[in-house]
Design a protein around this ligand. Structure first.
Ligand code: GUN
Length: 292
């Protein structure tokens, strides 16, 4: 069993970006600028956005964090996005999800200028992704593809089972793994809460991507020997032994499943760091596509 180490691969990706940014700076070209919008005080969202802004600093990007109150109106939020769309200095815009219930995720995502859609959630980005046209790829699936590429994992002709059909992870992941690319060219089964015989389907998988947000959902009896297991779960579970009061649990029962795998991602330190590195790549591309 080999660990797919997201810290190592994300560091390599960030090092490359840092070098590219220093070259842009030396050449007097525009430096990538990410604007992150955080609505309300969701603890997990605060942590994720904080990491994104910190990573921008680490690699030399400019970043702006816009904090808005939980009770902001949908119209006011749409206005903020319009201002960011018009701001020539801003290359990438991300609005951290989930949004408060009174705000429509779809309306907000569609309001973002597609050329600044570094989250890859806009219908234009998703449409291009489906058609195999270069576009912004949602950061978590993109990060997983970068990790598969880094470890030279053979995906061609393999059966990949994606557990979870969210717009953020499962569905775009299924599209990327089935694309005529390397990594890619998998036969993909996209499973969800209504899937019959999930255990049998998972047992036939060469590659499992677990993205359902249920701790320890994938157990050893669902995984065949030699499978590649990618764990996207990052659920906060109460843990009184930790000073912060919680620990992070993946969707995979790592202790039991890992000995059966050829490759597996740990949680934390697997997919999580790759998500941020992929977002940075999208932001760099948003900038250079427009200004290079
Ligand atoms: N919430 C959970 N994952 C993501 C992500 O990748 N981007 C944004 N904007 N919100 C999220």
């Amino acid at each position: 069993m080999q660990l797919l180490d997201g810290k190592v691969v994300s560091q390599a990706t960030k090092d490359e970006l840092r070098l590219n940014v220093s070259q842009l700076r030396s050449a007097g070209k525009k430096i990538p600028h990410l604007a992150a919008v955080l609505v309300g005080n969701n603890g997990a969202s605060e942590t994720y956005v904080g990491s994104k802004v910190k990573t921008c600093e680490e690699i030399g990007f400019k970043s702006t964090l816009i904090r808005l109150p939980e009770d902001i109106s949908e119209n006011k939020l749409l206005q903020v996005i319009e201002e960011l769309n018009l701001d020539q200095d801003v290359d990438g815009i991300l609005v951290q999800l989930p949004l408060p219930k009174h705000i429509s995720d779809e309306k907000v995502i569609e309001a973002i200028d597609a050329s600044k859609d570094v989250d890859g959630f806009h219908p234009i980005s998703i449409g291009k992704l489906v058609q195999g046209i270069p576009s912004f790829i949602p950061a978590t699936p993109y990060g997983i593809m970068l990790m598969l590429e880094h470890y030279k994992i053979d995906t061609k002709g393999k059966h990949a089972v994606v557990v979870g059909r969210s717009n953020i992870v499962g569905r775009p992941m299924s599209i990327l793994l089935s694309a005529n690319t390397n990594p890619g060219n998998c036969t993909v089964t996209l499973t969800h809460s209504h899937t019959h015989n999930l255990k049998e389907i998972c047992l036939s998988a060469d590659i499992i991507v677990a993205a359902i947000g249920k701790p320890n959902f994938i157990t050893a009896d669902m995984v065949k020997d030699g499978a590649v297991v990618i764990d996207v779960g990052i659920t906060r579970v109460e843990d009184t032994t930790k000073t912060r009061g919680y620990s992070i649990k993946g969707d995979v029962d790592f202790e039991q499943v890992a000995p059966k795998c050829s490759f597996i991602t740990p949680v934390p330190g697997g997919v999580g760091p790759m998500t941020i590195a992929a977002l940075m790549k999208n932001t760099y591309n948003a900038c250079t596509l427009k200004h290079d």
